[in-house]
Design a protein around this ligand. Structure first.
Ligand SMILES: [Zn+2]
Length: 336
């Protein structure tokens, strides 16, 4: 179904403009809305104008470029590259009358928090909860057999904690030993220590031994599906309410890890993992590499590479803390 909401248009346009401009005082900026396959979409060209970026279509792809940011979209694809980092939309970009459109929900909950962190709610980020995956009788993956996921996650968590403590953060680990911890206990610990951020640490595995790289997951916003599962989450509980902050945190941690390690960028993705759903603060789950890939397994087992991952994670946390610190400036990114 493709139809422009002609009658509702002025109302919807104002609604969206308000959503985008809520925190930066830009009044009256209009972005048109179209309904495509039951989802509200915005014109990428108009977004480019809104963010003060140049717009260029080329075949099925389009590029937005400016001094501060660059984004590339592709028709029918969820993957977009934002400032050099691969990010997955909840809904694929689509064509509308010869031009590209992107879902309003992706703009509001994923792209805008990345492009305009100054519009995020202000917060003092002091207490960080690191959650080394698995533990005790739950070994996680053992990939090619040299290492156990639970052990490597704990090592990286300890290294990350040490860097963050040196920078003045208070850091809790959900487990500091090789102990068994149920999934439900992990977000509960974050709540008990009043964590400001929660980062769950994991190692990946795949049937195809050639697959390698870094993935970072944030909670799929209510009513959307995971990147790897078309089922839409509509549980009785809405899950954590920090979609925008989750997006910015995921972007920062993912970009930090990829930059620090030179690892392959497999993208920021959405998932409905229990530990992300139930946690009471902004949260992400990072998959630091594939133990099923020979070269990555070798790297992940070395202290030097674990140091790099830890430095990347810590850099992401520090950037996030700065992003949300202090009074809302509303000046970074959006149209002035
Ligand atoms: Zn795991």
């Amino acid at each position: 179904m493709q139809r422009v909401r002609r009658l509702l248009f002025p109302f919807l346009a104002v609604v969206v403009a308000v959503l985008l401009c809520a925190s930066d005082g830009v009044a009256g900026y209009r972005v048109r809305v179209v309904s495509y396959q039951g989802v509200n979409y915005l014109f990428v060209k108009e977004l480019a104008d809104y963010y003060g970026l140049g717009f260029r279509m080329s075949g099925d792809s389009c590029a937005l470029r400016g001094k501060a940011h660059s984004i590339s979209f592709e028709k029918d694809k969820r993957e977009v590259t934002v400032d050099g980092v691969l990010v997955n939309l909840s809904h694929p970009a689509a064509y509308w009358q010869g031009t590209l459109i992107v879902s309003e929900r992706d703009v509001r909950l994923l792209l805008d928090p990345i492009l305009r962190p100054a519009a995020l709610p202000r917060a003092s980020v002091r207490t960080i909860v690191l959650d080394p995956g698995h533990g005790g009788k739950d070994q996680g993956t053992n990939g090619r057999g040299r290492y156990l996921e639970k052990d490597l996650c704990l090592r990286v968590a300890r290294k990350t904690a040490s860097i963050l403590r040196q920078q003045g953060f208070v850091v809790y680990l959900t487990r500091s030993l090789d102990s068994t911890l149920e999934l439900e206990q992990r977000p509960a610990i974050a709540a008990r220590v009043r964590g400001d951020l929660y980062v769950s640490l994991h190692m990946n595995t795949a049937g195809n031994a050639a697959v390698k790289g870094i993935e970072t997951f944030l909670l799929a916003p209510y009513g959307t599906s995971s990147t790897y599962d078309s089922k839409v989450w509509k549980g009785a509980r809405r899950g954590n309410q920090f979609d925008k902050c989750n997006a910015r945190l995921a972007f920062n941690l993912h970009g930090g890890m990829v930059a620090a390690t030179g690892g392959e960028d497999r993208g920021v993705k959405h998932a409905n993992f229990l530990v992300l759903r139930d946690v009471s603060c902004p949260a992400v789950l990072v998959e630091m590499g594939f133990l099923s890939n020979a070269s990555e397994e070798r790297q992940l087992g070395t202290s030097a590479y674990q140091d790099k991952v830890a430095r990347g994670l810590a850099a992401g946390v520090v950037t996030y803390a700065k992003d949300v610190a202090g009074p809302a400036a509303g000046k970074a990114g959006g149209k002035k």
